[in-house]
Design a protein. Sequence first.
Length: 95
Amino acid sequence: MNIGKVAKKVVVDKFNWTKMVTGVDKSQQGGYSIQGSFVNSFSLSDGLYLSVEKGSNDFYVLYKIKNNELTIIKKYENDGMSWASEFWDSIEDNI
């Protein structure tokens, strides 16, 4: 699935970064607690992803792609550093 299609679905111009999520490490803080690899491709394969649009308030979206179908799991807007723990339960439920 094209990353632009995902951005359009959640009504953002573009994402600043996207990570394919593989797990959660609650002993870490911030983004370090969300395990996985950053994706540099515009084409996304099946998997669980976290993307962010950076701005005065950062806009995060957790979503799953399976068989070219997009499922938005959680959206979160934040201007601080404690955003990652907001996704832990949703990640664990969808891995």
